[in-house]
Design a protein around this ligand. Structure first.
Ligand code: PMP
Length: 433
């Protein structure tokens, strides 16, 4: 070991260790946004850093913290399971997995009966696409432009952003891209593929694509088209699921039942990583004939499943989907009012429930806005496939006064951004004289 390249971890700041041993580019990006200290504690909608600063978490882990940080009921369930048996022997059944599967069967669309558990959204997407191939015997997958399904090879093949795809090509073959929100483009793609497509994978509302809400009736049309073409409909509700959009699942807005549903993020209650894909009896059939075709060492562990069971109980008991719907619509219209005063900066404010996006006219405007909000103690971030869109995805149980605080923070941040830009434009004019 070359001792000169090492340094005492006791003396190094987290930022320095990130630069040397995690990722220097990431460290610089976080510092640029004003996040140079590490997070140390969280509770409800708040996060504290090592400098003692308190932040309102209005990003909510982009869909992880629907129940806030460390919801007491979920934490208690996890502690009890930790004391009893956190990980599975893998050779015996575990009650928590059974309970979670049963609860999911109760709250997902009626036709979804069977569930497989894993640890992240991308893994759940991988599994769903494999099962779609297995169930149909076909290979092709249709996905949407700007859609996001994860960054492992299979999911990346269905993720619609060149920047993330190109460095890793060739990806999986027989993946076909169509515009999001355009049912006739899907119909044409199904027809031209001539019976070769196993699945169409789509988010009911695109999250990383920039909180893009499709035209009304899109999902219903998609259901009709896929059914006719014998193509399985895979709904990725990793970000929209568990109350976020004002329904327990976003597909309920159009009463659409998929063949496969993908869940993650909030499923672990904001306490333990957990993801899942569920399917109909028919889709599951081949997997039941050979149950070891798709497996996972940590998937379905009792610790994560205890968090999942408790998360669903909290979602239903605290009626959080309804709360997201009610609070969300008021919040969205107030936000539109405020942003309406900045037409030169903002193209659109959109969303459903508490999944909200502010679409800036320029990526730089979005970055300035984020930095300004962070400085004021409010955490938000841009969407991965649409960096000019800032998304707001607060915990669904965020107290009402916090929404007021955030609205006034947004208003101040926008006026600062407008000021910076007008100073800059003034300086540019001066420079051109
Ligand atoms: N699907 C959707 C809709 C997502 O938003 C994400 C993550 N943003 C994923 C899949 C991938 O999830 P993970 O990062 O847990 O792999």
């Amino acid at each position: 070991m070359d001792s000169t390249s090492k340094f005492s971890q006791d003396q190094a700041t987290t930022f320095e260790i990130y630069q040397r041993h995690v990722n220097s580019g990431l460290a610089r990006l976080l510092a640029f946004m004003g996040l140079d200290a590490e997070e140390v504690r969280a509770e409800g909608v708040y996060v504290w850093d090592s400098k003692g600063r308190k932040f309102i978490d209005f990003l909510g882990g982009y869909g992880v913290f629907n129940f806030g940080h460390r919801h007491p009921r979920i934490v208690q369930a996890v502690i009890e399971q930790l004391d009893a048996m956190p990980l599975s022997s893998k050779i015996m059944m575990n009650r928590k997995q059974a309970e979670l599967a049963q609860k999911l069967a109760e709250i997902t669309p009626k036709s979804i009966e069977k569930f497989f558990f894993c640890n992240s959204g991308t893994e759940a997407v991988e599994g769903a696409l494999k099962i779609a191939r297995l169930a149909t015997g076909r290979k092709g997958v249709i996905y949407t432009e700007e859609g996001f399904h994860g960054k492992t090879a299979g999911s990346l093949s269905a993720t619609g952003r060149k920047r993330y795809r190109e460095p890793f090509e060739p990806l999986l073959t027989n993946f076909l891209e169509v515009p999001f929100g355009d049912a006739s483009a899907l119909e044409q793609a199904c027809e031209s593929a001539n019976g070769e497509i196993c699945a169409f994978i789509v988010e009911p509302i695109q999250g990383e694509g920039g909180i893009r809400v499709p035209p009304e009736g899109y999902l219903k049309d998609v259901r009709e088209i896929t059914r006719k073409a014998g193509v399985l409909l895979v709904l990725d509700e990793v970000q929209t699921g568990l109350g976020r959009t004002g329904k327990v699942f976003a597909c309920e807005h159009e009463a659409v039942a998929p063949d496969l549903i993908v869940l993650g993020k909030a499923l672990g209650g904001g306490v333990v990583p957990l993801a899942s894909f569920g399917g109909t009896e028919q889709v599951w059939q081949k997997l039941e004939e050979d149950p070891l075709l798709h497996t996972s060492t940590f998937g379905g562990n009792p610790l994560a499943c205890s968090a999942g069971v408790s998360a669903i109980e909290v979602l239903l008991k605290e009626k959080l989907a309804k709360r997201a719907e009610e609070i969300g619509s008021g919040f969205l219209s107030r936000l539109r009012e405020i942003c309406g005063g900045y037409r030169e900066l903002i193209r659109e404010v959109r969303g459903k429930g508490l999944m909200v996006g502010i679409d800036f006219a320029d990526r730089d405007f979005a970055e300035l806005f984020i930095a300004s909000l962070i400085k004021a103690g409010i955490l938000v971030a841009f969407a991965l496939n649409a960096p000019q869109v800032v998304r707001l995805e607060p915990p669904l149980n965020t107290p009402e006064p916090v929404f007021e605080e955030v609205l006034s923070g947004v208003s101040q941040a926008l006026s600062q951004v407008a000021q910076v830009i007008s100073n800059y434009q003034g300086a540019e004019k001066y420079a051109n004289l």
